[in-house]
Structures are given as structure tokens and as C-alpha cells.
Design a protein around this ligand. Structure first.
Ligand code: NAG
Length: 281
């Protein structure tokens, strides 16, 4: 009996001690800085925090006012998640779908404010990518481009190229291979001969928000021309450019300038004049 009461007292003390270790809120899941989503997918923005007592989570706008539910368009869940269900194009509302939010966790010991969360909903629009045929002098490098309409170019990227014989060409950086898919999405075909005129090429694009992939509406072919006399080296129109690749650690620049001429350009070590600069920030 005595032992049992002692245990009871100890348990009670233990519970009391737990209650007393109060702690201000700390984020377990802090939402990201940017949330882009498609109207066909919707989005869930997670926010959770621990603390003693368990913190309450609310969402606020940039001006600090609390965010509430908007039927069918925005919902604040009890677990702290902010939900944007899929919606029809005509239900788009700027103050809901293009807004800066922040998550606020609060208990008796204090409150914490997340980073700004830039929410942007994008109404899915039908698009078609196109590839056009290119003229190239035998022995030179052909450059095929995948033209993506500018209204989707923030979200749509080339994923691969597909030849009419079913071959898939993925991104690679082997500058010596016959086929090269550059970070810009261009397909370079080296040392073209008459046999290269029998194939056509389509680009395959991917939408970052919906995950949808599709083939270009048109196919590009190489039209191989025979050199007539000699042609001074000429940079292929519009293809000489700087490409930048962003990454968390910095970015790199690749400068390329494929040229066409006959005889084939004399810088035989490579088909580009190339410069690569990397900054690790
Ligand atoms: C999103 O918008 C597109 C374009 O108007 C529409 O076709 C699609 O049905 C919408 N998605 C939903 C879930 O309503």
C-alpha cells in the first residue's frame, strides 16, 4: 500500500515536472519560399511546430492579417496545413492565388514567424512545341531547336529528343558524341552526311507543375546541302550564346558558337569555340 502511494506520488511529480518545462515554438516543418502550382493539381503547403504548450498555427498575409477559408479555393487545416484545391480557370482569384503568405506558430511562451511564402497558381494552358527543318552543309554540325511558346516557357522544358527511328536522345555532355542535347534544349548533330537527311526529330517537353510530357507538334528534318565552292565560316544564326545553369552552389556559363563552312572549320579539336566559367558562391 505504501509502495503504491509512493509510486503514485512519483508519477504525479513526474507529470508536474513535464508540465513545467514550457518551451516556445520551434518549426518542425517550415514552408518553402516559393510554391508554384497548377490549377489542375492544387497544392498543400505544410507548416508544423513543436513547443510546450503545443503551439497554435495560423496563416497570415504580408500585412499581418490572418488568412481564413475561401470555399473551394483555400482552406486552413487544424494541423497547420494551408490547402489550395484544384480549381476552374474562371475561379482564379488573385488575392488567393497570387499572394505572399507566412505561417505563424504561437503559444504562451512566444511566437515565431516563417519566411515569406510566395504562392502562385498557374492556369493550365494548352500549348504546342515546334521543331523546324534546318539546312546544313555536309560535314558540318546541325542545330535543331525546340520552340516553346513564351506563355509557358517558365514551366516547360525540353526533356529529350526523339528520332523518327524511335531513338531517344537525353541530356549529355559528351562533346565528342554525334548527338548532343545541350542544357538549353538544343539538339546538336555532328558531322552530318547524306544519311542524316532520312531521319526526323521531335522534342519531348515536360511541364514542371503538372508533370505532363508531350512531343512537339511538328518534326524537324535536316536538309543536307552539298558545298558549292567554298563558304566562309559563318556562325549559325542565333545559336551563338551564353547558357547559364543555376544551381544551389553557384552557376556555370557555357559559351558556344557552332559555325558552318566548307571546308569544315579548321578548329578540328572541337566543333565549338567554347568557354566555361563557373562561380561557386
Ligand atoms: C484548369 O484550367 C484548365 C484551362 O482552363 C481547364 O481545362 C481544367 O479543367 C482546369 N482544371 C480543373 C481541375 O478545373
Amino acid at each position: 500500500m505504501l509502495l503504491r502511494s509512493l509510486c503514485f506520488v512519483l508519477l504525479a511529480l513526474g507529470a508536474r515536472a513535464d508540465d513545467d518545462t514550457t518551451a516556445g515554438p520551434v518549426f518542425l516543418k517550415e514552408p518553402p519560399n516559393r510554391v508554384d502550382f497548377s490549377n489542375t493539381t492544387g497544392a498543400v503547403v505544410e507548416c508544423s511546430a513543436r513547443g510546450n504548450p503545443p503551439p497554435d498555427i495560423i496563416w497570415v498575409r504580408a500585412d499581418g492579417t490572418a488568412v481564413g477559408d475561401v470555399p473551394g479555393l483555400r482552406q486552413v487545416l487544424a494541423n497547420g496545413n494551408l490547402v489550395f484545391p484544384p480549381f476552374r480557370a474562371e475561379d482564379y482569384r488573385q488575392e488567393v492565388h497570387a499572394q505572399v503568405y507566412a505561417c505563424l506558430a504561437k503559444n504562451t511562451e512566444g511566437s515565431i514567424h516563417s519566411r515569406d511564402v510566395n504562392v502562385r497558381a498557374v492556369v493550365n494552358q494548352y500549348y504546342e512545341a515546334e521543331v523546324v527543318s534546318e539546312y546544313v552543309i555536309r560535314g558540318n554540325t546541325a542545330v535543331l531547336k525546340c520552340n516553346i511558346p513564351s506563355f509557358v516557357s517558365d514551366f516547360v522544358r525540353v526533356e529529350a529528343w526523339v528520332g523518327s527511328d524511335g531513338t531517344t536522345y537525353n541530356f549529355n555532355s559528351n562533346y565528342d558524341s554525334k548527338y548532343l542535347v545541350l542544357p538549353s534544349g538544343e539538339l546538336h548533330i555532328k558531322d552530318v552526311g547524306p544519311e542524316d537527311g532520312y531521319k526526323s526529330y521531335q522534342c519531348r517537353t515536360k511541364h514542371r507543375l503538372t508533370g505532363e510530357t508531350k512531343l512537339s507538334a511538328t518534326k524537324g528534318r535536316l536538309v543536307i546541302t552539298e558545298p558549292v565552292g567554298s563558304v566562309a565560316p559563318r556562325l549559325s544564326a542565333g545559336t551563338s550564346k551564353i547558357q547559364t545553369t543555376d544551381s544551389r552552389r553557384g552557376f556555370s556559363l557555357t559559351l558556344m558558337c557552332p559555325a558552318q563552312s566548307f571546308p569544315v572549320p579548321s578548329y578540328r579539336t572541337g566543333r565549338f569555340c567554347k568557354a566555361k566559367i563557373s562561380f561557386i558562391g
